[in-house]
Every structure is written in structure tokens, then in C-alpha cells.
Design a protein around this ligand. Structure first.
Ligand SMILES: Nc1ncnc2c1ncn2[C@@H]1O[C@H](COP(=O)(O)OP(=O)(O)OP(=O)(O)O)[C@@H](O)[C@H]1O
Length: 261
């Protein structure tokens, strides 16, 4: 499983989806998805509502396992390990593959405790060590200066944009190699959105990021590669610049130029 300590290698595949089909009971949500996602890279998933972007994202840390009727076929390899193999430890998978959702979901506890939550679960007890983790992660999430004087107040008192950065700090605190983001800025104002985008660009030096977005400009600003999903299939997967300037498929062109979706 990939960790932050692995050497950075340009254009190395970290996540490989092979012939992935996903079903919710009788409904097939994904058809034969084959994607290689690069390490230390931002990959955007775009496409109209209901085309399967979130479903695919959630297969990458098995978030859909608990959904009644969910079934996945095919293989997803992360760092060479098949995450759907019976021996996979789902808890350690989710530690390595963190997730940020559309709506900020801080826990109803202090700012400090939100960030310390994961490390505590994984056995870190010493206050000094926790203090260091909390500061480091809040700094990485560009939130430290705004909250350093009120670490022990409720996270629920933060603005939406601050809450989303806190959630990111909470994810970073367990040292994932991969961060999945499902429309992380769509509930935020433009300034908070810009902060999240800046963070994504900084974080890609040390993390592999997969982001679902409805915002074409956002995909263009933050991602190196983009996959265009339509009706449960990947229609096109290419370098973002290439896809946005010279899409191969007419369907991609229609979508990115706003003709549908
Ligand atoms: N828990 C579920 N049970 C049954 N069907 C589901 C479930 N989750 C998603 N689906 C269906 O799977 C298809 C893909 O949904 P998904 O949420 O992955 O699409 P999406 O591209 O992320 O959409 P959006 O952009 O609106 O979030 C849709 O038809 C949706 O109705």
C-alpha cells in the first residue's frame, strides 16, 4: 500500500482500475471502467449528474461496501494490491485513502479533537505528539493562523470554508497517500473555493488526489488528467489541457463546451 514515505516518481501509476463494473441491485452504475491514476497527481472526474463519478470515487476506498445491493466486479489495485481481495483490511485501506465530501462534516467536538481523532484511534496518546500533529495538519490545511487561539472551541462554530479545511486537516492527520474529494468546494463561496484549490495544488506534491467536480474551470485549474464519464462509462481520459483544448470525442466536446449536462 502506498504511503507518504514512498519515493516520488513522475508518471507512476498508483491506482489501477481494471474492467470495473458496479451494480446497485439490478441497476448497473459503472461499465467496464479502466483507468490508471498517477501518483502525486491530481485527477479530475467530470461528467453530467448521475453518470457514476461519485460511485467510481467511492469504489477507491470501498465506501460503497455498506450500501444495500452494492456489488463491484473487476479489480482495483492501489500500489499493486487488489483492494477488493478478501484479505484487504478495509480500516487500513481507508486510513491510506482519505475522503473529503461536498458538505463539510466536522465532528461535533473541538477543533483540536477533530484533528487528533484519527491519530488517537490509531494509538497516539502522548499530548506533545498530538499537539505537533494538530499544528502540522492545520498548517498544511492553511487554517492554523485562523484557529490557533481557539483550538479547544467547537468546530461547529467555524465558517463552512474553515470547516472544509478542518476536515482536510483531519484527513491529513492519519497520513493518507491518497485523498478523494467529492465536489469539495461546491458548497463554498468563491474565496473559500480558491483556498481549497490552492491547497489541492500544494498537496499534490505529497499526495495523490482524485477529485469529482462539476466545475470545468476548477478541473482545468487543479488537475493534470481528467476522465469524462457519461452514462456509467469513461468516454475519454487524457491530460486535462489536451481534453479541454482538443477533445477526441464529440460527447466530451459537447459537455465541456456546455452543450449538455
Ligand atoms: N446508493 C445507491 N443506490 C442505488 N442507486 C444509486 C446509489 N447511489 C447512486 N446510485 C445511482 O447510480 C448512478 C450514478 O450515481 P453517482 O452518484 O455515482 O453519479 P454522479 O455522477 O456522481 O452524480 P452527481 O454528479 O449528481 O453527484 C445514478 O443513476 C444513481 O441514481
Amino acid at each position: 500500500m502506498a504511503t507518504m514515505t514512498e519515493e516520488r516518481t513522475e508518471n507512476k501509476t498508483l491506482i489501477r482500475a481494471e474492467h470495473v463494473n458496479v451494480f446497485y441491485k439490478d441497476f448497473q452504475a459503472l461499465y467496464d471502467i479502466n483507468l490508471d491514476i498517477l501518483q502525486n497527481h491530481v485527477t479530475a472526474l467530470i461528467g453530467p449528474s448521475g453518470c457514476g463519478k461519485s460511485t467510481f470515487l467511492r469504489t477507491l476506498n470501498r465506501m460503497n461496501d455498506q450500501v444495500p445491493g452494492f456489488r463491484a466486479e473487476g479489480n482495483i489495485f492501489i500500489g499493486g494490491e487488489n483492494i477488493y481481495a478478501p484479505k484487504t483490511d478495509v480500516v487500513s485501506l481507508r486510513k491510506n485513502v482519505g475522503m473529503v465530501f461536498q458538505r463539510p462534516n466536522p465532528f461535533p467536538m473541538s477543533i483540536y479533537d477533530n484533528v487528533a481523532y484519527g491519530p488517537r484511534i490509531h494509538g497516539v496518546k502522548k499530548k506533545r505528539v498530538l499537539d505537533d500533529i494538530v499544528e502540522k495538519c492545520l498548517r498544511q490545511a492553511a487554517l492554523w493562523d485562523e484557529v490557533k487561539d481557539r483550538l479547544h472551541t467547537s468546530a461547529m462554530g467555524l465558517s463552512g470554508g474553515q470547516q472544509q479545511r478542518l476536515v482536510l486537516a483531519r484527513v491529513l492527520a492519519v497520513e493518507p497517500g491518497i485523498i478523494l474529494m467529492d465536489e469539495p468546494a461546491s458548497a463554498l463561496d468563491p474565496i473559500s473555493t480558491a483556498k481549497i484549490e490552492e491547497l489541492i495544488l500544494e498537496l499534490k506534491n505529497n499526495y495523490t488526489i482524485v477529485i469529482v467536480t462539476h466545475n470545468m474551470q476548477q478541473a482545468a485549474r487543479v488537475s493534470g488528467h481528467t476522465a469524462f464519464f457519461l452514462n456509467g462509462r469513461v468516454v475519454e481520459y487524457a491530460e486535462t489541457n489536451t481534453m479541454f483544448t482538443n477533445p477526441k470525442s464529440k460527447q466530451t466536446e459537447d459537455y465541456i463546451s456546455g452543450r449538455f449536462g
